[in-house]
Design a protein around this ligand. Structure first.
Ligand code: SF4
Length: 339
């Protein structure tokens, strides 16, 4: 059993059921592995008096975060590839923020959403990641690459709500105070607009977890062209679902809008986008599209970005302009999957 797939409660139950021990030893194991990255899982003082227990556990519990096969660096941004046990690769990106780093994790190998601007979408879906393949990315970033990670964003390869159960189990493990200890308010789940997934997350009522939605077009025909998911859940349905989402007081949604020259960047698009947003509490990330081999989409100029952004600001939309990081190592938005 890979311990990276177990919540503290599950580990406690496992020790109770199989070894007649409980939370005391489970906490010790969790601390040694998740916090201290001690490769000798059972050398904690709590196991000194129980050598037989340590021996039995060693047979049943392992730590397998996946092997990092490549690391790419673009200034202070890092992208790393993890080889999974079946030989497939996934990509994760560590993005430097002011004092800490944000880890962008993958939730699937490939993706079946087929967004037109996205390299991962072009791969199709190979498979869902298991819980430990998701938490393993955090283990590797923190303990193998030695990066201080404070934020997690599910914006890597895949649509997180297409792998809902494993993603939420990973969120619980990453959040565990005795372990990785990432606060829910420092975790963001980003969806292409999978309405049933948004509803399921809403029903869980997890305090503070952030929801991001890729919008990318303010009208259904353009959005359906860019994001086929819009055919199943068009903008009206999406807006209705967001309006019903239980945000905390002063909470906001993060909307992402990838600007593509000549496709979704006109003044009329900005006006329609402002109408879509109103009255939802939103922070809007504007991102210039990244070049993806084989895809004809062109990035807008800085001037065009500024003009689009200004139009929205005039309508009281909170806009954050993202100048794409990591282009040279294909770690930018929509580029994962190129290696
Ligand atoms: S943008 Fe996200 S949801 Fe769309 S194809 Fe790419 S990985 Fe999938």
């Amino acid at each position: 059993m890979n311990i990276l797939a177990l919540s503290l409660d599950q580990l406690t139950h496992l020790l109770e059921a199989n070894h007649g021990k409980g939370r005391f030893h489970a906490r010790a194991l969790y601390r040694e592995i998740f916090k201290n990255a001690n490769p000798d899982l059972f050398s904690a003082p709590e196991f000194a008096a129980s050598p037989n227990l340590a021996r039995d556990l060693r047979k049943n519990i392992c730590l397998e975060p996946g092997r990092i096969t490549k690391v790419f660096q673009d200034k202070d941004l890092t992208k790393f590839i993890t080889r999974l046990s079946d030989g497939l690769d996934i990509e994760s990106v560590i993005v430097p923020m002011n004092r800490y780093n944000t880890l962008c994790v993958s939730s699937q190998v490939g993706c079946r959403m087929g967004c037109a601007f996205c390299e991962t979408g072009g791969m199709g879906l190979k498979r869902n990641l298991t819980v430990c393949e998701i938490t393993g990315q955090l283990y590797n970033a923190r303990h193998i690459l030695k990066k201080q990670i404070k934020n997690i964003v599910f914006m890597g390869m895949g649509e997180p709500f297409d792998n809902f159960e494993s993603v939420m189990a990973a969120v619980q493990i990453m959040n565990e105070q005795k372990g990785f200890d990432i606060a829910l308010r420092h975790m963001t789940i980003s969806t292409a607009g999978v309405v049933p997934g948004i509803r399921k997350l809403a029903a869980m009522n997890l305090p503070g977890i952030r929801l991001a939605v890729s919008i990318n077009a303010p009208d259904n025909p353009t959005r359906s062209k860019l994001m086929p998911v819009n055919n199943a859940w068009p903008l009206e349905k999406l807006k209705q679902t967001l309006a019903a989402f239980p945000l905390p007081r002063k909470g906001t949604f993060l909307l992402e809008y990838i600007l593509i020259k000549g496709m979704n960047d006109s003044d009329a698009h900005a006006d329609q986008l402002a109408n879509f947003i109103h009255p939802l509490p939103v922070r809007l990330n504007l991102i210039p599209c990244n070049p993806v081999p084989g895809l004809a989409h062109e990035s807008p100029s800085d001037e065009e970005m500024n003009r689009f952004s200004q139009k929205l600001v005039e309508k009281n939309i909170f806009v954050i302009r993202r100048w794409s990081k990591g282009r040279s190592v294909s770690a930018g938005c929509g580029q994962l999957g190129q290696q």
